[in-house]
Write a protein that binds this ligand. Structure first.
Ligand code: FES
Ligand SMILES: [Fe+2]
Length: 422
């Protein structure tokens, strides 16, 4: 349980809010690389309550600038993207990827260049990796080190990033990603045999057999590692997740399948981009993972655009529930089920009204780490979870079955035991 003040501190991200200021000091996923083509349509991106456009110019470089034209605020999402710049369709002013005005054809020819140089344009540095355009929106003159997670280093084809959008605060998104206690309940229809659809057959048996696994944690410089241990049939089944704060939760791969990393990125105080990034270090992904996971809208930039809302009770199917389907969110993936419960909590959940249990250890831990990070940032200007000792490329989640006397802490996710289901 948090006080009202702590809740406000953790959740608010717009304007000068302390959490927003801290989160902007990290590299942030803004849009998929594939969404913006060279000389193609600019893509609207809203982050931390501000509106931007991402665009790829003729030579392939990417710009990320304010959506409102600095002249009289026409949307640059309407702009002409050609000859290495984005030109406003209202009066023809043109902007490059560095966020400079490079032409203002409505000004007298003699003073056009000098005038253009004085036009203020809000822009942010970008970095392209893992099929994603990342932006740095913080205040440092030089952006921080890029978090070169394993998925950002893989060849094209090994990674499929997709983005959902939910009408809730970012922390609701993050907390749902961290909370593995709900998997055997909320997602039980997707795990079990009721629909005949089995994503993780063996793992599902373990998860369904024990709704109260033991959670153990190891502190890490980037956040923490969580082991969910279930004991069954003389074996221990361990799911090891990696939490790289403030945004990322790495989920173990299903046997033979791709791994998933998720993150929760603030669009504004009450809207969140929730990314599901499937990746396989060993082989290219052959299937469209968005559809494979039951996200059927067909739009990888908003894969849950068809999930409905409170007015339709998110298309919950009561007849299916009577027939045995747990959530009634039928024919959809786990992400839809997560999104529905997140939205059902309201735009910014009042955490002073909660009653936490043993299964919420991870939630409690993450909140405490984030509150400490805000305090540290306010006092010293230093970002937590991103020190030089963090080896982003070695962060990998894993699940495996092992003998009861095997300590899961000793398992190296990059060199797992033979029976591991990596
Ligand atoms: S509003 Fe964009 S050039 Fe005038
Ligand atoms: Fe979930």
């Amino acid at each position: 349980m948090l006080t009202h003040e702590q809740n406000e501190l953790l959740t608010r991200v717009e304007g000068d809010a302390p959490m927003g200021a801290l989160l902007r000091e990290y590299w942030i996923p803004a849009c998929r690389s594939a969404t913006i083509e060279a000389d193609g349509a600019p893509f609207r991106v809203r982050l931390f309550g501000e509106d931007f456009v991402a665009f790829r110019i003729t030579d392939g470089r990417v710009g990320f600038i304010q959506e409102a034209c600095p002249h009289r605020c026409a949307s640059l999402a309407l702009g002409r993207n050609e000859e290495n710049g984005l030109r406003c369709i209202f009066h023809g002013w043109k902007f490059n990827v560095e966020g400079k005005c490079i032409d203002a054809p409505t000004e007298p020819a003699g003073q056009r260049t000098i005038f253009a140089e004085r036009v203020p344009v809000r822009s942010h540095p970008t970095h392209e990796a893992g099929g994603i355009i990342w932006v740095y929106m913080g205040k440092q003159a030089t952006p921080p080190r890029f978090p070169d997670y394993e998925f950002t280093q893989l060849p094209e084809g090994h990674v499929q990033p997709t983005r959902g959008i939910i009408r809730t605060n970012w922390l609701q998104g993050l907390e749902a990603l961290l909370d593995s206690a709900h998997v055997g309940f909320l997602h039980s229809a997707n795990l079990g045999s009721i629909t005949g659809r089995t994503l993780f057959k063996d793992e599902a048996e373990y998860m369904l057999s024990d709704g109260a696994p033991e959670f153990e944690f190891i502190d890490q410089p980037y956040g923490f590692r969580e082991g969910a241990i279930r004991r069954e049939g003389g074996m221990n089944y361990a799911r090891i997740r990696e939490v790289s704060l403030p945004f990322f939760s790495f989920i173990p791969a299903a046997p033979g399948g791709p791994a998933i990393v998720c993150c929760s990125i603030p669009i504004d105080d009450v809207t969140t981009a929730q990314w599901y990034i499937a990746y396989d270090p060993h082989r290219p992904l052959e299937r469209d993972m968005m559809s494979a996971y039951g996200n059927t809208s067909g739009d990888p930039d908003f894969f849950n655009s068809d999930m409905g809302g409170p007015e339709t009770m998110w298309h919950q199917d009561r007849a299916a529930m009577k027939a045995g389907h747990w959530s009634g969110i039928v024919g959809r993936g786990n992400a839809y089920e997560d999104f529905v419960v997140q939205e059902s909590m309201g735009p910014i959940v009042d955490r002073s009204k909660e009653f936490l249990g043993t299964c919420d250890k991870v939630i409690y831990r993450a909140r405490r780490l984030l509150l400490t990070a805000i305090e540290r940032f306010q006092e010293t200007g230093e970002r937590s979870f991103a020190g030089p000792e963090v080896d982003y490329g070695r962060i990998r989640a894993i699940s495996f079955a092992c003998a009861p006397d095997q300590d899961w802490r000793e398992i190296d996710a990059f060199d797992p035991p033979a029976i591991a289901a990596e």
